[in-house]
Design a protein around this ligand. Structure first.
Ligand SMILES: [Mn+2]
Length: 449
């Protein structure tokens, strides 16, 4: 896998560059957050700690290198960039003394925040990381001065990711930024870079330029029709097939009070209102107001836009891999904020690798082997696939050799998946990768290839 040999950043120093690649390799092969376990030896443990504490090892550099690679892979494709923030809990009192700022509400919990943007192609394949920002808050609660420049606010991250995406993915055929209600911020729409599209879930009772409320106007938009979608299971509710009423049309948003003079032009955008009919009792029905810069002219296009938004689920999966299903980053044995931030940034890159394999496993994403693996992996994967195939059809690798799905099948089988029951998730994939790297390291010794 490329992560094994690939630099995560240059950091202006050859040793740091090498150390970074080693640590990322260890994280992908053996996802956990214990530096001791990742290192395997005392000397390497010291090396990893030094690397993580080094002020020259920055998240910006790692994001730049990973984002550049994604930009190359995204050339000529229609790309959705999903961005979201997650909070990583570190502790309370002791974490506070170590210099970790507050997260969540109330201010008692301490930790770091990570804002991540990932690129997805139009078959649902995960192309790679576009950008990541990881930080801890300084000096207690964030200031809520409305007069503060947008660039100085934490919420600027939503626009910054747009700017970074339009730069790094300049060769893509189209880019649509997808984000949840937290990003429903007027300046993000007003200052969105040329040529970039936005798709955001509305959070606020915005006013329109004609004085109406957005929610009222959205409910009376032109009827588009009725569609069905599977709503995935979540804590406290099971998967269900929902009947959705779809409406869409153009509305003109008025700038909110306090908007700087340069941005006070009203904005005409497409609003897509999706409302669930006959939701089961005790379940909160789907009621989404989506705002987008895309035009919607028919029901089919409305469905495409809705499905783009539903694709946002992938970033929730990424955060779950980072926190529980994979790295257990919240239990890292590190108490230095800079080092913890660096490790989190590396673990996010490794989580993207694992999720790429999970997404590719069904073979319907159309990603090729080279999206994730090096040329020298191909013969090893081929040999392993032969060895792992069983007698029944269900135990044969059904994917073509040059597809990423082919590798996913091998990694999943190595991770303990039998081929019979269910589908392999992040946990199986990381166990499979662990074995794969061990085999790759020893493949010359054992004469597999
Ligand atoms: Mn969010």
């Amino acid at each position: 896998m490329q992560a094994m040999d690939m630099s995560v950043g240059h950091f202006g120093d050859g040793r740091l560059q090498k150390g970074g690649a080693l640590l990322l390799g260890a994280l992908v092969a053996n996802p956990c957050s214990s530096i001791r376990r990742l290192a395997g030896s005392r000397a390497r443990e010291v090396q990893f700690h030094r690397l993580l504490r080094n002020a020259g090892v920055t998240v910006e550099e790692m994001a730049r290198v990973a984002g550049h690679r994604t930009g190359v892979l995204a050339r000529g494709r229609d790309v959705a960039v999903i961005q979201d923030t997650t909070e990583v809990y570190v502790g309370s009192k002791r974490a506070s003394e170590a210099g970790f700022g507050p997260i969540g509400k109330g201010g008692a919990l301490r930790g770091v925040l990570a804002h991540v943007a990932i690129a997805v192609d139009d078959t649902g394949g995960l192309i790679g990381l576009v950008d990541e920002m990881v930080w801890t808050r300084q000096g207690g609660q964030p200031v809520t001065d409305r007069k503060r420049k947008f660039e100085d606010k934490e919420s600027y991250r939503w626009l910054k990711a747009c700017e970074v995406a339009s730069e790094r993915l300049a060769g893509a055929r189209s880019i649509t930024m997808v984000s949840d209600a937290e990003s429903d911020i007027f300046p993000v729409f007003a200052r969105c870079p040329e040529g970039l599209h936005l798709l955001v879930r509305s959070a606020r009772t915005r006013s329109l330029s004609d004085g109406q409320r957005l929610a009222d106007a959205a409910a009376t938009l032109k009827k588009g029709g009725r569609i069905k979608r599977i709503i995935p299971a979540a804590p406290g509710r099971s998967e269900r097939r929902a009947v959705l009423d779809v409406r869409y049309g153009e509305l003109t948003l008025a700038p909110p009070h306090g908007t700087p003079d340069a941005l006070i032009e009203p904005l005409t955008l497409t609003v897509l209102q999706v409302t669930e009919l006959n939701a089961p009792q005790g379940v909160e029905p789907v009621n989404w107001t989506l705002i987008t810069t895309h035009k919607i002219t028919d029901l089919r296009r409305a469905e495409e836009i809705l499905d783009l938004y539903r694709g946002r689920f992938l970033i929730e999966q990424l955060f779950r891999t980072l926190k529980t299903a994979g790295f257990d980053i919240e239990n890292a044995d590190i108490n230095d904020p800079h080092a913890f931030i660096t490790l989190t940034a590396l673990a996010i890159i490794a989580s993207v690798n694992i999720l790429q394999l999970v997404k590719a496993r069904d073979g319907d994403t159309g990603q090729i082997l080279e999206d994730c693996f090096d040329p020298d992996d191909a013969p090893i994967l081929r040999a392993l696939s032969k060895k792992l195939e069983g007698k029944t059809d269900k135990q044969k690798n059904p994917h073509p050799l040059d597809q990423l799905a082919f590798a996913s099948w091998v990694i999943a089988r190595l991770g303990g998946w039998t081929g019979y029951y269910g589908k392999p998730g992040p946990k199986v994939m990381r166990q499979g990768l662990d074995k794969y790297f061990a085999i790759k390291c020893g493949s010359n010794l054992y004469g597999i290839v």
